[in-house]
Write a protein that binds this ligand. Structure first.
Ligand code: NAD
Length: 506
């Protein structure tokens, strides 16, 4: 064994979960999971083979036969236990998440917590998975609906919320009676796998939850597999569009939550200090790697004079490793992501935007190898510039100007993406007009990152979403169930015969 092989062998491998067992992949194709603040290799993750994907789906199919008939209360009690286990392991989960993803420990806890809320919701899903009944739709005839699980469902998740987004998916699918095959992000699968271990500990039976790792080939195998009935995807617009088309062609239900360019519209009557704080937090938090990051601000009228204050606010943020106290901005997920963000900043300069604050190559003591970009701000940005037309997914805030609210609304609606938006104002009339006319899934009124709690579903419009139903919340019940409509008549032996009826009437 040479030195390289010896070093690789010393690093832990990420296991697949097939039929209740954590198993080593037989793949010859692996990649490294790397701490983005230090470049330390944390683990190696396999690109699962076609046979392993088949085995995971087959396990899910076998388990479905009994899981679909497991009483609602028994399913619910597993998720009650699961939420308790997640709470008890919060610190450990957050530390794992920060190590592989880079976000600060406090933000990592937020990532886990927003997923935990979905688990709590899953524990109560019986309240929503209720059919309807109409009595006497014809003489002695009742019609009612059954919301039945579909079978094996699959989830494909992105790197930026490795706790929350897997928890958007498998708890809802499983609580409604389905079995599941999860394909976590290959960039940071460790916290996801720890959550999966806790799910088994909570009592999820063998084969009900399965995990395969990989990239394009595994995702394509999921899209094509005849025994998978529904696919939930969260990630970029490019990959999501491919997944939607390929899985739909194979006859599956598909929901794809995709990329974003979230505009915060700032009216001059907004509370200035609160708004500047909100913008800095929502643009630079998680190093801008949130699908709901407020990456684009439209300053309306006199709010255009706030640029200097915004730059001063951004300069107060501490850039460092996510485990360091008081860190505001951690590293980007990979060297490639940092290079991409740096090249977009260069393109912004070349295309004539004004670089108000340049965060390229910051000095971060103790983390010289980390993938850091510090808060960066451009003003004078216009549609047609790459920094406007592309999702940057880094700590870069671009500023546009508008004369009026109507002009700002038209700008937001002309952008192809429709994931999230926010309006900052003290005017109720302006807020109401904004919420009426804006074509975006999540709308915040003085709330910079309006990710809905699980009483509602996550949404999205235009290029940010394909499929009509969202993950978690009420819509997930519709997504993960088939409505069966039963029309029933029971004959009373004493009743007169109805005779032969050749019409369509009941
Ligand atoms: P990504 O699209 O690169 O990866 C998402 C998943 O697709 C991963 O599991 C990955 O393995 C797989 N994948 C990657 N390339 C593939 C290919 N060529 N064919 C098939 N599968 C492939 O996304 P990412 O970089 O992990 O995450 C960031 C993106 O996700 C951003 O665009 C962000 O806006 C978006 N996102 C959206 C939401 C939302 O709810 N709308 C939430 C979080 C992230």
């Amino acid at each position: 064994m040479n030195d390289v092989n010896r070093a690789a062998a010393a690093v832990a491998t990420v296991k697949l979960l097939i039929d209740g067992e954590f198993v080593e992949s037989r793949s010859s194709h692996w990649r490294e999971v790397v701490n983005p603040a230090t470049q330390v290799v944390l683990a190696r993750v396999p690109m699962a083979t076609a046979e392993e994907v088949d085995a995971a789906v087959a396990a899910g199919k076998r388990a479905f036969a009994s899981w679909r008939k497991t009483p609602i209360g028994a399913r619910a009690r597993i998720f009650l236990k699961y939420q308790q286990l997640i709470r008890e392991h919060m610190g450990e989960l957050a530390a794992l998440l920060t190590a592989e993803q880079g976000k600060t420990l406090a933000d990592a806890e937020g990532d886990v917590f927003r997923g935990l809320e979905v688990v709590e919701h899953a524990a109560a899903i019986g309240n929503l998975q209720l059919g309807e009944l109409a009595n006497n739709v014809a003489g002695g005839v009742d019609t009612y609906t059954l919301l039945q699980p579909l079978g094996v469902c699959a989830g494909i998740t992105p790197f930026n919320f490795p706790a929350m987004i897997p928890l958007w998916m498998f708890p809802m699918a499983i609580a409604t009676g389905n079995t599941f095959v999860l394909k976590p992000s290959e960039q940071d699968p460790l916290v996801t796998m720890r959550l999966v271990e806790l799910a088994l500990q909570a009592g999820i039976p063998r084969g009900v939850l399965n995990v395969v790792h990989g990239g394009e080939d595994v995702v394509n195998a999921i899209c094509d597999h005849a025994d998978i009935k529904a696919v939930s995807f969260v990630g970029s617009t490019r990959v999501g569009t491919h997944v939607y088309q390929r899985a739909a062609l194979a006859g599956k239900r598909v929901q794809c939550m995709m990329g974003a360019k979230n505009h915060a519209v700032v009216l001059p009557d907004a509370n200035k200090e609160q708004t500047l704080n909100a913008l800095a937090g929502a643009a630079f938090g998680a190093a801008g790697q949130r699908c709901m990051a407020a990456s684009t601000a439209v300053l309306v009228g006199a709010a255009r004079e706030w640029i200097g204050d915004l730059v001063a606010k951004a300069k107060t943020l501490k850039v460092s490793g996510g485990t360091e106290p008081a860190t505001d901005v951690g590293p980007l997920i990979s060297c490639a992501a940092r290079e991409r963000v740096e090249s977009l900043i260069a393109a912004g300069v070349e295309q004539g935007a004004t670089l108000e604050l340049d965060g390229r190559r910051p000095v971060v003591p103790g983390y010289e190898q980390g993938n850091f970009v510090a808060p960066t701000i451009f003003s004078g940005v216009k549609p047609g510039m790459r920094i406007y037309d592309e999702e940057i997914f880094g700590p870069v805030l671009i500023l546009l100007a508008a004369e009026t609210l109507d002009e700002a609304i038209a700008l937001v609606n002309a952008n192809p993406n429709g994931n999230g938006t926010a309006l900052f104002t003290q005017s109720g009339a302006a807020a109401r007009r904004f919420q009426e006319d804006i074509d975006v899934g999540q709308v915040g009124i003085n709330v910079p990152i309006p990710v809905p709690v699980p009483l509602f579903s996550f949404s999205g419009s235009r290029a940010s979403k394909l499929g009509d139903l969202g993950p978690y919340g009420k819509q997930a019940v519709t997504f993960y169930t088939q409505t069966k409509t039963v029309t029933a008549r029971w004959f009373d032996d004493a009743a007169p015969s109805l005779g032969v009826n050749t019409t369509i009437s009941l």
